[in-house]
Design a protein around this ligand. Structure first.
Ligand code: WT7
Length: 567
């Protein structure tokens, strides 16, 4: 039996009040994610059950029970309170996938503050745009990453404290502090902030086509959706050992790497080490992983290593595989069936949706290459590209759209009402992706409707890259687009026109690439730079990325003279 039972029946009968019941929440209760993911699990008698099995790069393994997580997150909450953090303040978590990341996230939420996780590979420029916009008060980081924060501190007036929770720099700045979870005085009891359904919880930054990244703000009641989707889509059960490979710097790593599994009292494991097929398979073997949530790029990397290597490991513990972030090609589904004896189940959602909205469910027939069907409680459709009316013909491509109102939907883009509003039309939230729906109601992903680049499941905004490129002394103007890549689906390619006095060369290409890698992140680094004398523009001077992108993908845009007009 699967947790969801019959999908069609659930889709017909479900409403979100059932998610509250499934979580055990009653009208008038306070609703704090930090409490629900630790104290409450202990109250259910699971205090000695393992919550987290963590493995580091060098093979060190650390284990934490739900009671450990409860006490240690209290410890973080106490400490942050002593620093003057108050409900609603933004606290950034900027570190590798060490236990402190997971534990401090719950501590921040217990305090009623807003957790702002940022991917640890971000460089100073990626950091400053996000910390400045959020007016972040405290950054929790490690010695390894603290220098990137030091570089920008002077430009962040709202930032009061940078706390180093691992390692010790030779000298501390006066706004820096050391905190050590192991030696800190433990918080046996902490009264969680009495959050209500609409109290802000997490702030996740995501990239759009224009402008800098936007902070999608979530609230504590998102847990209703994360809890029930973790149960029905990931099929998590009490005896599972669950592995979500995502980094909590991205929404998958919080919704399904913290909140979903822990609100269910499920043991999860984390591998804080780089990718190799051997390491991943050994991790599954050693910890007897049963449910695995990963991403198509990782699956393609594993596919490249072949199925022979799979046989060297005992992966018989695996029982359910799921994937998110980019199109899961049919080939990957077939391959995983052959290599692991289990197909990957695709799930579709976004930072903004906060939880899975379209998916292949356990027990429902998979059509390889399709994303599946809407989750119960989610009314979805595709809208005509121009009129924004629902498309009636099956198979016709339109914009994926959702009826607002599910609990984990983002409540705003932080200090950006205008862009938030632009995501809605005719009563629908428009995801920004194109798809078609077949006659059986399955969704087939086609591509993004904007210029955002999806590299290995991570979105990067062209504007962010182009702004950083402009800071390079040789760059006069530029355009960043996605070009096809066998493993990452897309990688960044930049078209660059040089300033007078600069000549194209391999050295200059390398220099510009490294400039972006250091400033933004390895993800945003162009894998190729094409030097051009000018860029295609509309009459008003807007760069037509679409023309450049089409060339990379070998697509024919037809008569481009029409594009020259501004829309
Ligand atoms: C964008 C959202 C929330 C998951 C992590 C990414 C793309 C996501 C799929 C899928 C094809 C997918 C879309 C979406 N995407 N899942 N199953 N098939 N594309 O969150 O960073 O907000 O990215 O990722 O383009 O809009 P995100």
């Amino acid at each position: 039996m699967t947790n969801i039972g019959n999908y069609e029946e659930k889709y017909r009968s479900f409403d979100w009040s059932q998610a509250r019941e499934i979580l055990g929440y009653k009208e008038g209760d306070f609703l704090n994610i930090g409490y629900y993911c630790s104290d409450r699990i202990c109250e259910q008698g699971k205090q000695d059950k393992l919550a987290l099995i963590w493995e580091g790069m060098d093979g060190t393994v650390k284990k934490y029970t739900f009671d450990d997580i409860r006490v240690l997150s209290n410890t973080y909450a106490d400490y942050l309170r002593s620093l003057g953090v108050r409900p609603g303040d933004r606290v950034c978590i900027f570190m590798d996938k060490i236990p402190d990341l997971y534990i401090s996230a719950l501590g921040i939420l217990k305090l009623g503050a807003i957790a702002q996780p940022l991917f640890s590979a971000f460089g100073p420029e990626s950091l400053i745009t996000r910390l400045e916009n959020a007016e972040t008060k405290v950054v929790l980081t490690t010695k390894k990453h603290a220098s990137k924060v030091r570089k920008i501190k002077a430009d962040l007036p709202a930032l009061e404290k940078v706390v180093i929770v691992e390692g010790e720099p030779k000298k501390l700045e006066d706004w820096e502090a050391l905190f050590n979870l192991e030696t800190a005085e433990k918080g046996e009891q902490f009264e969680s902030f009495a959050a209500d359904l609409e109290t802000p919880s997490l702030l996740h930054y995501t990239s759009g086509t224009t402008g800098q990244p936007k902070g999608a703000l979530h609230v504590h009641s998102s847990i209703f959706a994360q809890h029930v989707t973790a149960k029905w889509v990931l099929d998590l059960r009490d005896d599972d050992v669950y592995w979500c490979t995502a980094d909590p710097g991205w929404v998958t790593g919080t919704s399904y790497g913290i909140i979903g599994p822990w609100s269910l009292g499920v043991t999860q494991c984390v591998l804080d080490a780089g990718f190799t097929a051997e390491r991943w398979y050994k991790f599954i073997q050693d910890h007897k992983v049963t449910v695995w949530y990963s991403a198509p790029t990782a699956i393609r990397m594993l596919m490249k290593q072949g199925s022979e290597i799979v046989k060297r490991f005992d992966m018989s513990s695996l029982r359910y595989l799921t994937s998110v972030g980019e199109p899961l090609n049919a080939e990957a589904v077939h391959w995983s069936k052959e290599a692991y004896g289990l197909p990957f189940h695709d799930t579709f959602w976004q930072t903004e949706t906060g939880s899975i909205v379209i998916s292949n469910y356990p027990g429902m027939e998979i059509k390889p290459g399709s994303m599946g069907k809407p989750f119960p409680g989610i009314e979805a459709t595709v809208l005509d590209l121009k009129t924004h009316e629902p498309v009636v013909e099956s198979g016709k491509v339109g914009l994926i759209a959702l009826k607002p109102g599910w609990p984990s939907m983002f409540r705003q883009y932080w200090r950006n009402e205008e862009v938030y509003k632009s995501k809605f039309d005719k009563g629908w939230y428009i995801c920004g992706d194109r798809a078609s729906i077949d006659k059986d109601g399955y969704y087939w992903f086609v591509g993004r409707d904007d210029d955002v680049i999806n590299t290995g499941g991570h979105l990067v905004g062209p504007f962010e890259i182009e702004s950083a490129l402009l800071e390079h002394p040789a760059v006069a103007e530029s355009a960043a687009v996605g070009k096809p890549d066998e493993v990452n689906m897309e990688v960044v390619k930049a078209f660059v026109a040089l300033k007078p006095g600069f000549e194209p060369s391999d050295d200059l290409e390398l220099d510009i690439m490294n400039f972006i890698r250091k400033k933004l992140s390895p993800l945003a680094m162009p894998q190729e730079i094409e030097f051009v004398s000018s860029l295609p523009k509309t009459r008003s001077g807007k760069i037509m990325r679409r023309v450049l992108r089409a060339k990379e993908w070998g697509e024919d845009l037809g008569d481009i003279s029409t594009l020259v007009e501004d829309e």
